[in-house]
Design a protein around this ligand. Structure first.
Ligand code: PSU
Ligand code: MN
Length: 304
């Protein structure tokens, strides 16, 4: 590894060296997942929530070709307002770093960089997964979760996806999916997807016991911890389903493909629900950051 490619912010480096909890946060949600100005507000709030739970936030991004593990407030602002930000998963690193570009990391990209620094816990809204529709589209998040030793705290996979196929993929590749305070996979916007999970944990300590056993058995991949969206903002099944179906039809009609698919669908669902999907998205991001921080207090990072 060429160290000049990566900059771990001093605060994060110190936390890892001294065994303090760290939570990695992704940045695609800032640059592509949320509209302005809620994107910057949310990014700042997520960092503040992590701190309030006694952990150090490490938002991951690539600025002018350098991989940053931990962003200052000024850097968050640059990322939230820049126009040419590349969405970065594994295949995009060489291009963005090599050409000196600016990029926001997806769950996949964040896991890659955070694990270089020895971070063991990350928080996001919803992971990518297996898309619906005729054209095969499987998020790069899935193989990265399967190969990276990190706990990913999320509200399941985004509901625009084929959730059942996503669970099947995770099963095939040996990724434990834990329901945090629930027996069902959350439906991202809704509290439940109706799909049952095999494993439940009700406390951060219970998650860390599962994680210690997983790593103690020599398992080298990640674990997904799924948290239902907060009750107050969560949407009911049918209301959100019809918005999702319309958004999916519209994406096909507009010929949207590849990495543009997820941001396009999230934006369309927001329009079709009159902003309600955005409110739940922000609420669950905050809640997941809080729970990930509580979990990180129980999980030791790996010093590098
Ligand atoms: N969670 C959210 N909003 C988002 C995302 C997650 O609440 O925008 C992003 C994450 O960065 C995730 C990405 O990794 O969407 C998945 O994109 P794709 O399906 O193209 O792999
Ligand atoms: Mn995709």
């Amino acid at each position: 590894m060429n160290d000049s490619f990566v900059d771990v912010i001093a605060e994060v480096k110190l936390a890892i060296q001294t065994g303090k909890p760290v939570v990695a946060l992704e940045s695609t949600v800032i640059a592509h997942g949320l509209p302005r100005p809620q994107n910057l507000d949310t990014a700042r709030r997520l960092q503040a929530i992590v701190r309030s739970e006694g952990a150090i936030p490490a938002t991951v991004a690539i600025l002018d070709g350098q991989v940053k593990i931990g962003l200052t407030d000024d850097e968050l602002e640059v990322l939230a307002n820049a126009d040419q930000v590349v969405k970065v998963s594994r295949r995009d690193f060489s291009n963005v770093v090599g050409r000196g570009l600016t990029g926001a990391t997806t769950v996949a990209g964040t896991l890659i960089a955070a694990s270089w620094a020895g971070i063991r816990v990350m928080a996001t809204g919803g992971i990518g997964g297996v898309h619906r529709g005729e054209e095969p589209d499987v998020s790069a998040d899935l193989p990265e979760i399967a190969r990276t030793p990190m706990v990913v705290v999320c509200s399941g996979a985004k509901a625009i996806l084929d959730l059942s196929a996503t669970l099947e993929w995770l099963e095939t590749h040996g990724v434990p999916v834990v329901g945090y305070g629930t027996d069902d996979l959350p439906g991202f916007y809704a509290r439940s997807s109706g799909l049952p999970l095999e494993v439940r944990a009700d406390t951060p300590a219970s998650v860390s016991e599962l994680w210690d056993t997983h790593t103690g058995l020599g398992m080298t991949g990640g674990m997904v911890v799924t948290v239902p969206p907060p009750e107050k903002e969560a949407l009911s099944g049918p209301e959100i389903q019809s918005a999702i179906n319309q958004a999916l039809d519209q994406a096909v009609a507009d010929g949207v493909r590849g990495k543009h698919n997820t941001p396009y669908l999230l934006q369309k669902v927001k329009e079709l629900t009159g902003g309600a999907s955005l409110r739940v998205n922000i609420a669950l991001l905050e809640n997941n950051a809080r729970i990930a921080s509580m979990i990180s207090n129980k999980i030791v990072n790996s010093d590098i």
